[in-house]
Design a binder for this molecule. Structure first.
Ligand SMILES: Cc1ncc(COP(=O)(O)O)c(C=O)c1O
Length: 502
């Protein structure tokens, strides 16, 4: 980064004045300036430059000249800052040539993905300085000692030489056949092999399914809290995510009245995440039936993200909502990242079911986008059959005595033992979404809470707002680490919260 660049001058001035990104955000809040941490991160990393008004705010806050901050020292040099965010800007470089700079698309302006956002960036900065961080922020099983079943690794290695070419766009026949049989076990109605699409993780298919459906302004109902990729992809596709509340008082089940209230003429679809990330809720059949009833009455597509469906505890049964809605068009998502602990292989799928006649055109769109990406990762597809058939090693984890089960019981109890913290017991997955007594801790900003915890106790969690939860009163913990590690984290958190006031 050149010393003449805006990013360099902003970063070095902030460092000199010992101002963190969050301090700038706070100052902006106080001045009524709309400026998020993600914007500042982009500025200091040189990925974006601000509009003129934001530049002047930054200059005033840092008590420097705006022109100097831009990185232009010559008095009559052209202004590099442009009022229109997406326009190219010209920055003189040392040789005097005007260099074109590139800004990110404004389509990203309202996109949030804080699971890997500014708090994580701060953690990375601390790690760079040698600090060891306890990461309770990301649902990635492998680093916590959850290994891929040997049979899966062996079978992939055996097939690698046969996976060198592209597969069919939707995926290998053997993989889709295995997924189809899985769909039959889950009673998904009217599913043919052509209704199954493999993807580079469920993530790719969430993006694809939203892009194929949403026109500008189309509304889609998404839970709050949600797995934020849903909201991000709906936004990126030009749609308007409308969040319905999941009710903590009722085991975090969707609030039907709230869903009803938020349906308009423009609502096209409804998303559920079951079992849920971040709450760990598992929706019983009656709850699913009520959702189907609403979707039926308002003619909505149902998207059901069921990636945690094999991580259900306490002898409960997972019901696929599509099995209750043969007359509606449903898209069900799952994959191997969580149940088979192979998040890194990148394999997920989506299954279209029910009334496909009403979605012919949409399916054409899905096929078009699926063809455009050629196919998903073929070596990963090659082990779907192995993974879905035979012994399911994940079952050992979710039974009493198993790691996920015991860690869940531990974290649930430990969190509820902290004064000012309450948590609903998760029934599935490996996340818990505790509530903080905001009055007791005087919390008004949950991201700041996450940053304070990180800086003081070196524990990384994701604040509730990162899951499109509007009040600043929740955070998510991933309870994948072993109990000894969780114990250490809980002792530190209890200590931190015994005196914390924001
Ligand atoms: C609810 C939910 N859906 C989808 C994904 C993405 O999974 P994949 O690894 O298959 O892309 C995640 C990952 O954490 C998730 O929690």
């Amino acid at each position: 980064m050149s010393k003449e660049s805006f990013a360099y001058r902003l970063k070095s001035t902030m460092e000199k004045q010992e101002l963190k990104q969050v301090d700038i955000v706070r100052a902006a809040e106080q001045c009524g300036v709309k400026l998020g941490k993600s914007h500042i991160s982009q500025y200091v990393s040189g990925k974006a430059t601000p509009r003129a008004d934001i530049l002047h705010f930054l200059a005033d806050t840092l008590q420097v000249e705006a022109a100097w901050l831009t990185g232009i020292d010559e008095p009559d040099a052209p202004a590099i800052i442009d009022d229109t965010p997406q326009q190219q800007i010209n920055t003189p470089v040392s040789g005097g040539t005007n260099m074109r700079e590139f800004k990110k698309s404004t389509k990203l302006d309202n996109v949030l993905y804080d699971v890997r956002g500014p708090v994580v960036e701060e953690a990375a900065r601390m790690e760079d300085l040698g600090t060891r961080i306890l990461k309770l922020n990301i649902g990635n099983p492998a680093p916590f000692g959850f290994v891929t079943p040997d049979e899966v690794v062996y079978d992939m290695s055996k097939q690698l030489t046969e996976c060198e070419g592209y597969s069919a766009a939707k995926g290998l026949f053997s993989a889709r056949k295995a997924i189809m049989q899985y769909a039959q076990v889950k009673n998904l109605p009217n599913v043919a092999i052509d209704d199954i699409y493999t993807g580079n993780g469920v993530s790719e298919l969430i993006n694809l399914s939203m892009s194929a459906l949403l026109d500008d302004g189309d509304e889609i109902l998404i839970p709050s809290p949600d797995y934020p990729l849903w909201t991000a992809c709906a936004t990126l596709a030009g749609g308007t995510p409308v969040h319905y509340i999941c009710d903590e008082q009722s085991e975090w089940y969707p609030d039907m009245a709230d869903i009803e209230k938020k349906i308009t003429d423009r609502t096209k679809a409804l998303v559920i995440i079951n079992p849920n990330n971040p709450t760990g809720a598992l929706y019983p059949r009656e709850v699913l039936q009520q959702i189907v009833e609403i979707a039926r009455r308002h003619q909505l597509i149902i998207f059901s993200d069921e990636i945690y469906d094999r991580l259900v505890m306490d002898g409960e049964e997972h019901v696929s909502i599509a099995s209750l809605a043969p007359d509606l068009f449903c898209v069900t998502f799952s994959g191997l990242s969580k149940s088979h602990m192979i998040a890194g292989y990148r394999i997920g799928w989506m299954v279209l079911s029910g009334n496909k006649r009403i979605a012919k055109d949409y399916m054409e769109g899905l096929n078009m986008l699926s063809n455009m990406r050629l196919c998903s990762n073929v070596p990963a597809q090659s082990i779907v059959q192995t993974a879905l058939g035979g012994h399911q090693s994940v079952k050992d984890y979710i039974m009493p005595g198993g790691r996920v089960y015991e860690q869940r019981d531990y974290i649930y109890k430990a969190l509820n033992d902290i004064p000012g913290i309450t948590a609903v017991k998760p029934k599935a997955g490996f996340y818990i979404f505790p509530k903080m007594d905001v009055k007791k801790f005087n919390i008004t900003n949950d991201e700041n809470f996450a940053l304070d915890l990180l800086r003081e106790k070196k524990i990384l969690i994701v604040h509730g707002n990162g899951f499109n939860w509007k009040q600043p009163d929740h955070f998510r913990i991933v309870y994948l680490p072993r109990i000894e590690v969780l114990e250490n984290a809980m002792v530190k958190m209890k200590d931190f919260l015994s005196t914390y006031r924001q």
